[in-house]
Design a protein around this ligand. Sequence first.
Ligand code: 5GP
Length: 180
Amino acid sequence: MRTIDEQGYHFEEWLTPTQIAKDVQQVANQISADYKDKEPLFVVVLNGAFVFAADLLRALEDVRCEVTFIRVSSYYGMASTGQLEFIVPLQQVVDQRDVIIIEDIIDTGLTIHQLKAHMRAHGATSVRVATMLFKPNKLEYDDAKPEYVGREMTDEFVIGYGLDFDGFVRNLDAIYKVKE
Ligand code: 5GP
């Protein structure tokens, strides 16, 4: 098993690239089935979701779509600050669009809770969420429960496949879990 040492913490490989690819394909299949006759607008939440989004969007079948990006920040180190900051705001009109937000991971759900409200306030017809990882035990906002999930997990801190540790290790091809 591969391991990574980062900033004094020890991480062990949890999902291999092969396992990730299977999870992503399963999410893509569900979205393809649900949006075949629609023209959704995907809103990719930077920075973390860029790797998942690139794989997910290319795995879709027969979905005519647009893709845009938004950048928010709520985390420093391993803890949420509770405040969502719009670093790159929404640059595409979401009015009367079927929006699918692409996230890397849902933890408390604060980010998605606020982003959904933001999309609705700007007139989106529908807003759904696709996330690579979901920590259901930590969810604090009911409306942040994602419709499309790569994999549910317990409460540990994970890195890799777009997920960072203070800006580093996003480029790892697998997902690693911190070990105490
Ligand atoms: P939420 O708003 O749902 O509490 O947190 C969502 C954001 O927190 C994610 O987009 C991600 O940036 C960060 N986050 C939550 N859990 C983890 C984790 O286990 N590892 C990393 N690297 N980031 C996380």
